[in-house]
Design a protein around this ligand. Structure first.
Ligand code: SF4
Length: 333
């Protein structure tokens, strides 16, 4: 907070205590840079001076003032929320966190920002800047794309927030992230946290905060055919750069969609009769596998790919993925 006193930028909404104006500035700054948002903010509060004026103005006018800022749902939500305040709070901006949080378009961060800046309520406003500062100083190596991480950081801030002046505390932390502990080239050599900061002492400024994108789950459908004849079967080694590389498996057909009929194999390999054995669902980090096993009680002579014949008793000498290994175990009895 001492740092903030000395280094804060002068902004049109700085030191503002009117919840209405704080609200407008926070919504504008959600997806807009300070430089671009500045004039929009001034125009907006000039035209819509208070909640009542905003609520009574046609939405078209509100959108007109918003034109060029993008993410127009923000303007529509402001208009709706102004009407909520008129209907539910007699036109007076609600003074407690839960009522503020209920307004259209207001999430945890914005509710905390308004509560602390306008009403000095001790709710930490955790935005991207705060997350960056906290993960670096405290060495929080958790994925910030996960809501649990944000929740943990919020709880940590709750312990530290200056209950006498939560508005300044929040602004200081956000401003520090915005202009000092920046994503690239943070000013570590001249930082009040220098000796405490985990990221600095470990030189992990480029690693923290950890942001791992949610990976899409890939669904795969494996059909394994266990050829069994005179105590022999066919296996192959997986060679592709894929799961289970270099491990062994039974002859496989992979399909993009679930197929329940065992007639699939003859389509690929010629005519024979197979009997469905069992289906196993197997979850890997980014892949969900549905694995079906079929037994074919005849020897398949047209050996293709890398298939080779082994005696059933010999199977235990080959490394199989766990799910296939269990089937092998079943076969061996
Ligand atoms: S030492 Fe560097 S990484 Fe740590 S808080 Fe300061 S500016 Fe951020």
């Amino acid at each position: 907070m001492d740092w903030f006193e000395e280094n804060q930028r002068t902004l049109p909404w700085r030191s503002e205590t009117d919840p209405y104006k704080i609200w407008i500035s926070e919504i504008i700054l959600q997806q807009t840079r300070v430089n671009q948002g500045w004039n929009y903010y001034l125009r907006f509060i000039e035209q819509f001076t208070d909640v009542k004026t905003l609520a009574e103005s046609p939405l078209k006018e509100v959108l007109k003032v918003w034109q060029g800022l993008g993410y127009y749902s923000r303007a529509r939500n402001l208009h709706t929320a102004a009407n909520q305040i008129m209907c539910n709070h007699q036109g007076v901006f609600p003074k407690n966190y839960l009522d503020i949080r209920k307004l259209k378009g207001i999430g945890d961060y914005t509710a905390a920002a308004i509560s602390s800046l306008a009403f000095q309520l001790p709710y930490p406003a955790v935005d991207g800047n705060v997350i960056r500062v906290m993960t670096r100083i405290f060495g929080i190596y958790e994925n910030i794309s996960q809501s649990l991480t944000v929740k943990n950081i919020t709880q940590l801030c709750e312990k530290m927030i200056d209950t006498e002046n939560p508005g300044n505390f929040n602004q200081a932390l956000m401003e520090f992230g915005a202009i000092h502990c920046t994503p690239k080239k943070p000013k570590c050599d001249d930082c009040p946290f220098g000796t405490y900061c985990v990221a600095f002492t470990r030189e992990h400024q480029t690693i923290l905060p950890l942001k791992l994108l949610k990976t899409k789950i890939k669904y795969r459908y494996f059909h394994y055919f266990i050829f069994l004849k005179e105590n022999k079967t066919l296996i192959e080694q997986r060679v592709e750069n894929d799961i289970w590389k270099n491990l062994y498996q039974f002859p496989l057909i992979e399909t993009e969609k679930p197929i329940e009929s065992q007639d699939i194999a003859p389509l690929h390999w010629g005519k024979f009769t197979s009997v469905f054995l069992k289906e196993i669902k197997h979850k890997l980090t980014h892949q969900h596998l549905t694995i079906r096993f079929y037994v074919v009680n005849e020897y398949f002579s047209e050996v293709t790919n890398n298939w080779f014949s082994v005696s059933v008793d010999d199977l235990e000498n080959y490394p199989f993925p766990v799910v296939i290994g269990k089937i092998v175990h079943d076969i061996l009895g």
